[in-house]
Unconditional design. Structure first.
Length: 342
């Protein structure tokens, strides 16, 4: 069996997905000013889910390359074996679900910000931490059910001498669909599709509500610091939502047609489309760097190995456009900058 270029592409996209989201996570975790903001805690949760999702992609590609070169990729393997040795299946069961649900959480958070702005403004980062933790715990419980089919099949094969190893078993390549079974695979696919489509639908509602509020606001409120910050965040995540549609929803829905019996695409095209969905997580770093001034400033500060004030309002560059005239101050061993009001 010859090596497929798909395996190398899986490794590459998995590495890019992991590394770009690792950068996001490091920047947010390094600076307390970002960690204090509930929006950035949710960004952190999304980056963790997206970054971890890149690990099984790298593993799956490397595993299949080595198996093709030094083993027999067509030899049958038990689902239990594919959950243990094919470690990507175990991780994907958690990370794919977490990745999709975090997209939904981002949209719900923006909906709260525009629907109940005063109450949302009063919320702290604790709300965001609890939300992210709840999603991750749910996904962990959900992923544990992926083991039901492999363990059941293992028990059947041990109890029956006539139970063939080729009975509904995957090959040594350990595809996820054959490993986790039909029931979990349907749940796994449907929850991802529903969560991402739900995130887009909610974000359309966010845009409508935000435009409605903008028409009601008078000029002073439009220039309010928090309002300008929320406006920038909403537009930033609007771009992110558009990329969800292009890089995630459309490819995933095309792949889903095959499970419904509509063979409108080949299996090879299906593999490329699934790899293409990784671009959705890779592009987030570049969206934040382009759109979010405070994240871009923190990124540059981290590259210079410098420190920032623990409160974002003291940073010389903010999303709300604070003048870039600064003086340096020192508190203890921490050096930071304070903006001068014009």
């Amino acid at each position: 069996m010859t090596l497929s270029p798909i395996y190398f592409l899986i490794v590459l996209t998995g590495f890019l997905q992991f590394s770009t989201n690792l950068v996001i996570a490091i920047i947010i975790l390094r600076f307390k000013g970002l960690r204090r903001e509930k929006e950035y805690v949710i960004f952190l949760g999304q980056a963790i889910a997206d970054g971890i999702d890149g690990i099984p992609s790298m593993y799956a590609g490397i595993y299949r390359i080595f198996l093709t070169l030094y083993g027999n990729p067509l030899a049958p393997a038990t689902p239990f074996y594919c959950m243990i040795v094919g470690l990507h299946n175990s991780i994907w069961a958690w990370s794919d679900t977490a990745q999709s649900l975090m997209m939904l959480v981002v949209s719900v958070d923006r909906l709260l910000a525009v629907a109940i702005p005063l109450r949302y403004h009063a919320l702290t980062s604790t709300y965001a931490k609890r939300t992210v933790a709840a999603v991750f715990l749910y996904c962990l419980a959900s992923a544990s059910s992926a083991w039901i089919y492999p363990i059941t099949e293992l028990a059947k094969s041990n109890d029956s001498a006539n139970y063939s190893i080729t009975h509904a078993y995957p090959t040594g390549l350990c595809s996820t669909t054959a490993t986790v079974g039909v029931i979990f695979n349907e749940y796994y696919t449907n929850i991802r599709v529903c969560a991402v489509i739900g995130s887009v639908v909610l974000y359309i509602l966010v845009i409508i509500l935000f435009a409605k509020h903008m028409r009601k606001f008078d000029s002073p409120i439009r220039h309010d610091i928090n309002h300008k910050r929320q406006l920038r965040l909403t537009i930033t995540l609007g771009f992110q939502c558009a990329f969800h549609i292009i890089f995630y929803i459309i490819p995933l829905m095309l792949v889903s047609t095959m499970s419904l019996g509509f063979n409108i695409i080949s299996s090879t095209t299906q593999s490329y489309l699934l790899i293409f969905t990784n671009a959705n997580a890779i592009i987030n770093l570049f969206i934040y760097l382009k759109r979010q001034k405070e994240f871009r400033f923190a990124f540059k500060t981290a590259l210079a190995n410098q420190k920032l004030a623990p409160i974002m309002s003291l940073w010389p560059v903010q999303a709300m456009g604070t003048p870039k005239i600064v003086i340096n101050n020192r508190v203890g061993n921490t050096s930071f900058s304070v903006p001068i009001k014009a």
